[in-house]
Write a protein that binds this ligand. Structure first.
Ligand code: ADP
Ligand code: MG
Length: 506
């Protein structure tokens, strides 16, 4: 059900995303030129003869790029094709010196076949989004139209860098199978899931702002309850979550209006206008036929062995979704805490190092990390497992935090003392939390006899307040607790003090 101006209407959305991620590798997909084309690199300095299609130059497949594709495929639970091919996709554009892009054929299984990722659906339940394929292809050059009033320039550094194109699946044979994206929010969650997997596996930086992740957005609408997919439009090269959501909304409304006025939607390629969030027809959609795909005669078919797949699988880290499940299931963390602790792989590694499989400190470590460490991002360096909060004087390591949490758990210190130790460490005090506690005489007073003596003393000294408390002003308990804590130099266990006072004043 789609809402227009807060009202649900009788139409539902069908969304298909084709996501391109720029794959991390030292060199390009078919040449030895560097694939690191970041903006600080001078234009046209990382270009080989192959990239600019000098006559007679032959492409050579980069094996590491293939591994990256397989890794990602395993990350999305996909079938890996043991046999696939490269094809030429012909089109003319100034940023494409070959006159064709080397890709994988549209009508054959590419290296990564059918897979899925799980997202949260709009109903709050887990939802599988099926993926039809992910194929390897070359990126094009970059046209530069803003360098000269009357001239355009081309920077070929990006030419031939590997892209992985990930295409979501629509089960046209079983239209009731709704494992596809049906709202702008689901589109965003899907893209975030893809980004998370790509990053965790080191396959791509998958960063929309820098253009290392871009998406083509296919949208159609249909009456609620209908089982046919209607004509879709495609808006290409979208580079922000916000624009993608705006474009889907706008496009859905435009199509609904056409149908409600008795018209038909044509299968067009749309252009998105960032300034007002609208789309307009750019050109009518090309067919796969228009590209005259044919197998590239310069490249052998891609053969992948079971051993190769198993070797890659064995080196893969735990994916963030699995880490989150482990945190909520084994450690009893909330979904929110689990999400915060898996924002990057470095953070979850740090957390796991501190917990070290010891479930009793799992919640404590999570709380300290989220409320204290994340509050000091300027000092926090998680790149290195050993480091934590870093300033010129010292580093708070995972084992420091673990020790602090353990001391609290054993009741050797109270919360206030733990905080003091933490601040001392931040200020550069050397030594482990236990050593710091010893050095500053921070021990929780556990001798109940000694606490009781002080409690009695505080009660004896304040007869007026005792009177008031007994006549119903129970809010005064805090006054007594405060006085006892003060008399013990903040070392008494507040829970013990509270209980003792309540009993004695009753
Ligand atoms: P092409 O490569 O020509 O753009 P594909 O058939 O590969 O077309 O589909 C591209 C994307 O569009 C896929 O994610 C697919 O699921 C999606 N798609 C196909 N038909 C529809 C439709 N009727 N409504 C919405 N999305 C669609
Ligand atoms: Mg397309």
């Amino acid at each position: 059900m789609f809402t227009i101006k807060g009202k649900t209407c009788d139409w539902e959305l069908v969304i298909g995303l084709e996501t391109h991620i720029e794959v991390l590798s030292n060199s390009k997909l078919f040449s030895g030129a560097s694939a690191d084309y970041n903006p600080t690199v001078s234009p046209n300095t990382q270009v080989s003869m192959v990239d600019v299609a000098m006559p007679g130059m032959l492409p050579v497949l980069n094996e590491y790029c293939v591994e990256q594709a397989i890794k990602f495929g395993l990350g999305i639970n996909a079938e890996i094709s043991r046999h696939s091919r490269f094809a030429r996709k012909q089109y003319f554009y100034p940023d494409l010196p070959q006159g064709y892009q080397i890709s994988q054929p549209a009508d054959e299984a590419p290296v990564v076949g059918r897979g899925w990722v799980e997202i949260m659906g709009d109903d709050g339940n887990p939802k599988k989004i099926f993926i039809e394929r992910a194929h390897m292809e070359q990126d094009a050059a970059k046209n530069k139209h803003d360098m000269h009033p009357t001239k355009s320039f081309v920077d070929f550094n990006r030419t031939g860098v590997m892209l992985l194109e990930i295409v979501t699946f629509l089960d046209t044979k079983n239209p009731e199978n709704n494992s596809y994206i049906t709202s702008p929010d689901e589109a965003e969650r899907y893209l975030r899931a893809i980004r998370e997997i790509a990053r965790a596996l080191g396959v791509s930086r998958a960063n929309m702002e820098e253009g290392s992740m871009r998406a083509d957005v296919n949208v159609s609408v249909r009456p609620v309850g209908s089982t046919e997919f209607r004509t879709r439009t495609e808006t290409k090269n979208m580079v922000s979550f916000k624009f993608i959501k705006t474009a889907i909304e706008y496009e859905a409304r435009r199509q609904i209006e056409i149908y409600e006025n008795g018209g038909t939607v044509t299968q067009d390629t749309m252009r998105f206008h960032q300034d007002d969030g609208t789309t307009s027809v750019e050109r009518s959609k090309e067919d796969a036929l228009d590209y005259r795909y044919f197998p590239d005669p310069d490249l052998l078919p891609l053969e992948i062995s079971d051993e190769q797949i198993e070797r890659i699988r064995s080196t893969m880290p735990e994916l963030p979704s699995a880490t989150r499940a482990r945190y909520t299931h084994d450690f009893g963390l909330s979904e929110y805490d689990a999400a915060r602790l898996t924002e990057t792989t470095d953070i979850s590694k740090w957390y796991d190092t501190a917990v070290a499989g010891n479930a009793s400190r799992a919640k404590g470590v999570a709380n300290w990390m989220i409320s204290e460490l994340f509050a000091h991002p300027e000092n926090w360096d998680v790149k290195n497992e050993k480091s934590g909060i870093v300033n010129e004087m010292r580093i708070i390591t995972p084992s420091d935090l673990a020790e602090l949490v353990d001391m609290l758990g054993e009741n050797t210190i109270n919360g206030k003392q733990a905080k003091e130790i933490f601040i001392k460490m931040l200020d550069g005090e050397s030594g482990t939390p236990r050593e710091i506690a010893d050095k500053f005489g921070m021990k929780q007073m556990t001798d109940t006899g000694a606490i009781e003596a002080i409690v009695d003393e505080v009660i004896a000294k304040n007869p007026a307040q005792v009177e008031q408390y007994k006549s119903g002003k129970v809010g005064l308990l805090g006054f007594f607790v405060g006085n006892v804590m003060k008399a013990t130099g903040g070392t008494a266990n507040p829970a013990v003090v509270n209980e003792m006072l309540r009993n004695k004043l009753a």
